[in-house]
Structure formats: C-alpha cells, structure tokens
Ligand binder design. Sequence first.
Ligand SMILES: [Zn+2]
Length: 229
Amino acid sequence: MVPAEIDTVLLPVGTVEAHGSACLGTDNLIPEAIAESIAGRLNALIAPTISYGITKSLYRYPGGFTIKPETFRLYIRDVLDSLANSSFKNVFILNGHGGNNTDLKTLAYEFHRDRKVNIAVLHWWQLCADMTREFFGHVGGHAGTDETAMVQAIDPEQAYEQMHDDDLAYYFRPGADVYPVPGTILLYQEGEGLPNFDLERARQYREKVFQCVGEFAESVLARWRKFDL
Ligand SMILES: [Zn+2]
C-alpha cells in the first residue's frame, strides 16, 4: 500500500501544558483535528501523535510536561526514520506548540538531507495568521481567541468558559523573559486576543483553518511532485 497507493504521512506533534481555560492537551487536539480534516485531500495516512513536547515558560503550572530539546530531537528523528523506512516519500509534521518550532525546523532539515524524504513542518497558527487577523480582527495568541476557538469547535467540553478569567492573560513585553510566565493566556497586544467562546464563530473559524492548512499542504505536495522530488 505504501508507497504505491499512499506516499504521504501526517505526523501531529504537540505538548501538554496550561492553556488558560482550554484543556491541557490543546496543542495535541488541534493538530490531530487538522490531520483528520486534510488527510483525504492529500491522500495521506495519519501517524500517531507525539503528545509530549518542549514546554518552557508554562512548565511549572499544574499539568505541565516537558521534554529536553536533545531528547525531543533524538526521539522524533527515530520516528521520522521509521516513516522513511516504511517508504513514505512525503512527511507533513503538523505542529501545535510554539516551543517545538526551532527544534522541529532543525530536525526537518537534517532528516530531508540524510534520508532524501520531503518534509514540511506546519505551524497552523502562523500559517493562518493573515486569515485569523481577517476573521477576528487580531491574531490571538497562546490560549487566546484562535486556539480556544479551535478547541471549542473541536470539542466544546474542552473549553471551559466558566473557568475563564481575563486575569489569566499576560501580554508579552519585549525585554522580559519570565519563568514561569505570569499568566496562562499569552497575548501580544493589551486588550486584544482574549477568547470569546462564541461557538458558531468558532466552528466557522475551524473550517477556515482546515481550509488554509489543507490548501497550503496540497500546493507544497503538488510542487514536490512537479519537480520529481
Ligand atoms: Zn497551545
């Protein structure tokens, strides 16, 4: 079946950490939902999620798990090598967590160089930032409008409106690195990006995210094929 009928695989990667009033598994739930929604149009299989990632500034909040970057890189490389050994030609890592970005980028480059497999790491909230700004009027942030809307649309039970408190929000200030960061909703602009718990809007947003990530992944895949990679 692989690679004659299916040569593409989606690998969700996230972490477990505090997310304001959304669930601890937010960063796994979202990429898994994206994988399920785009697998059909990419004719791809979905590999089991790597649920533990590099949690940094929120590690000491209840329910925080972290993996050392060197362990994370070795572990994920072994998973990628296994996918290569299973003869997949194209890998899409669907990342759900900003703390993983740098190490996934390094890993992807090394893997593509060593194994001659095509690989793209997609950070949905960055890839869809323009759409998000258009949709909500701002980009949101960690456990902000965008992430909480995705969780609510995927599973309303995992976004706890009754536990929400605006004081959970911390607005990033250039010039300060704070551990643990003093808030579990992390935003960029004072007064912008708090979750709004509008389920109907959340569902519309989720569909737009699926569309945005799916379209991009499809275009990358088409280019790899066009250039015989
Ligand atoms: Zn998150």
